[in-house]
Design a protein around this ligand. Structure first.
Ligand code: URA
Length: 274
């Protein structure tokens, strides 16, 4: 059996961007989990991408998989891409290279010039590849980042359709504050996803697969969530790291210990030896 994999950062400008990533001098350790390293992207870097997704910041699964949007959030986004007809020709980048630590770090640093400058180089390379037809941002910080890029000289030359939607973990975060139930927050999120779906479906000329709109209902169905394709992951990544089963979480006896630990467990269904 032959396996596909992401060949990584073997071409410019991406190899140069990876050599020159900003560290703790740009991303302060009080507000970012710099100790887990930068996590750059997921998807096509060979110029074939027709849609760019801008996420927020990596979480526990991404710290291990070394690709962004591979956990629950990414699997929801994978479903949105499928509904738009994209199974291969997409690429994703986050607003922040490192996971935000604690409250408010994202807001505090959203306009930091060195953070924006580096992110804008990625957006220059990804959005202005001559093929991209649409951009979707996930959540307010990603929307802010894309609009800031659009205001740059390179951004001003972009000719792409754009939609912003609620972040894929909005239902969990919004319901944690107790103001909304998770079901209400999910329905709110999916309304924004349907809006983007309808708007972009009309203007995307070259999806990978031309399929009619399958709009979301008020709740997310199992069939709306997709595993991460093998071709998006580094060579040799085990199947369970792409599956819709959770396999990584931060654990620890206190805040410092928790910051230092990601527990990785093979999900039960994948324990072929048992
Ligand atoms: N993981 C990411 O890489 N980005 C997000 O926005 C959320 C989870």
């Amino acid at each position: 059996m032959s396996h596909e994999f992401d060949p990584g950062y073997n071409r410019n400008p991406f190899s140069k961007l990876c050599r020159q990533y900003p560290g703790a001098d740009v991303y302060p350790v009080e507000d970012f989990r710099v100790e887990w390293g930068p996590i750059f992207h997921r998807g096509r870097l060979d110029g074939s991408a027709r849609i760019v997704v801008i996420g927020q910041d990596p979480a526990a699964h991404e710290s291990i998989a070394r690709r962004i949007l591979v956990g629950e959030a990414g699997q929801r986004v994978q479903g949105l891409l499928w509904k738009l007809g994209f199974e291969r020709n997409y690429v994703m980048v986050n607003t922040f290279l490192y996971s935000v630590y604690g409250q408010g770090g994202g807001e505090r640093h959203k306009d930091d010039p060195a953070i924006a400058e580096y992110r804008n180089k990625w957006l220059d390379a990804l959005v202005l590849n001559g093929h991209v037809e649409a951009v979707i941002s996930l959540g307010g910080l990603a929307d802010h980042a894309f609009n800031a890029w659009l205001a740059t000289p390179n951004g001003k030359t972009a000719d792409v359709a754009y939609q912003t939607v609620r972040h894929p973990t909005y239902p969990e975060r919004a319901s944690a504050s107790g103001q909304l139930t998770k079901a209400e927050a999910m329905a709110d999120m999916l309304e924004t996803w349907n809006h983007a779906l309808r708007a972009l479906h009309k203007v995307i000329d070259h999806p990978d697969v031309d399929r009619p709109i399958h709009a979301y209902g008020a709740s997310l169905l199992d069939t709306d969530v997709f595993e991460i394709p093998e071709r998006d992951m580094p060579a040799g990544t085990p199947d369970w790291m792409r599956s819709i089963k959770s396999w990584g979480r931060r654990t620890g006896t206190d805040a410092n210990d928790k910051r230092a630990t990601v527990e990785v467990k093979v999900p039960t269904q994948f324990r072929t030896w048992e």
